[in-house]
Design a protein around this ligand. Structure first.
Ligand code: ATP
Length: 258
């Protein structure tokens, strides 16, 4: 890391559901300007960790810090407003709304007046609305979907819907982007293009934490990888170190292998 402090610090975080220890004392850091992958077999605790970071679930114990400030215990909208934005495993777009409108929803985090105020065109929101539209268009251009802006989002194939989600997340101007299985359901070519796009997002200065089961994507684009199994961290290091780590290989035996 280049001298600075970690952007995100996960410290001995625990979360159980009934008797299941979904996250069982996990610690790691995400450094600014990096792509950090979080891997592990099904049920390892990856998505739960994202839910804890984004404030969807309260922690049982431990703490999470963002830019040195404790964020565990804050509400999801507060955490989002500090610059942590996530996508979900299943595409969550408004299918009837246009691609552009979906992306504008992301940019509304930046606006002063709320989304409802803009729908009803309350006074003072028109200029802001124009600005939000510009940001959304810029993000659609960035992901290569500007020419589809006016189509209903639900009409796009899955690969493109995922790009709309990414554009929406970027429109919220994140400092830290949490991507939960962005390549799920994509074919090889789409996955490669997604990988290139994620690298370009990092080049814009956005730090990325990425969960994915596609090992070639993870190994190609990540700077660092943390491996979880049954709620615990079993390894952390460069993609090369993780690929040859015996504990990681063991955790994946019987699954897809590395
Ligand atoms: P996958 O790769 O399959 O998405 P994961 O690593 O993301 O898996 P989690 O979804 O975090 O794993 O789940 C970790 C464990 O916690 C699992 O045993 C899961 O069943 C359990 N779990 C997660 N969320 C809940 C919940 N809301 N209520 C009860 N159990 C949960």
């Amino acid at each position: 890391m280049k001298g600075g402090k970690p952007l995100l610090e996960i410290r001995n975080v625990k979360k159980s559901f009934g008797g299941i220890r979904a996250v069982d004392g996990v610690s790691f850091e995400v450094n600014p300007g990096r792509i950090k992958a979080i891997i592990g077999p099904n049920g390892a605790g990856k998505t739960t960790l994202f839910n804890l970071i984004s404030g969807l679930y309260p922690l049982d114990s431990g703490e999470i810090r963002f830019k040195g400030r404790r964020i565990s215990g804050l509400k999801p909208h507060r955490i989002a407003s500090m610059g942590i934005v996530r996508t979900f495993q299943n595409v969550r777009l408004f299918p009837e709304m246009t691609v552009l409108e979906n992306v504008m929803v992301g940019a509304h985090r930046l606006g002063k007046s709320g989304f409802l105020a803009s729908i009803f065109k309350l006074p003072g929101t028109v200029r802001e609305e124009r600005r939000i539209r510009e940001i959304a268009m810029e993000m659609l251009e960035f992901v290569g979907l500007a020419d589809q802006a006016d189509l209903p989002a639900g009409e796009l194939p899955l690969g493109r819907q995922r790009l709309v989600e990414l554009a929406r997340a970027l429109a919220a101007r994140p400092e830290l982007l949490l991507l939960d299985e962005p390549a799920a359901g994509l074919n090889i070519k789409e996955t490669e293009e997604l990988g290139e796009l994620i690298v370009r997002i990092r080049e814009r200065g956005v730090t990325i934490a990425l969960i994915d089961h596609d090992m070639s994507l993870v190994m190609d684009i990540s700077d660092e990888v943390v491996a979880l199994n049954e709620g615990r961290k079993i390894a952390e290091g460069t993609p090369e170190e993780i690929r040859s780590n015996p504990l990681v290989i063991k955790a994946y035996l019987g699954e897809e292998g590395l």
